[in-house]
Design a protein around this ligand. Structure first.
Ligand SMILES: [Zn+2]
Length: 60
């Protein structure tokens, strides 16, 4: 097995890990109202999914 000759510096390690971040957590923005919602699910705020209203949401 090849072993690294030099310890990776904080800078190089940081540059490498700069791509490791996840874009979004467990939420995406709703296409219709922009609220955060769970991916691949009906938006709880407006009842839309795939640009169609599938749930009746009572307006307050
Ligand atoms: Zn929505």
């Amino acid at each position: 097995m090849g072993a690294p000759k030099k310890k990776t510096t904080r800078l190089k390690r940081g540059h490498r890990r700069s791509h490791h971040h996840v874009k979004s957590g467990a939420f995406v923005k709703c296409d219709n109202c922009g609220e955060l919602k769970i991916p691949h699910s009906v938006c709880p705020a407006c009842g839309y999914y795939k640009k169609e209203q599938v749930l009746e949401v009572s307006e307050l």
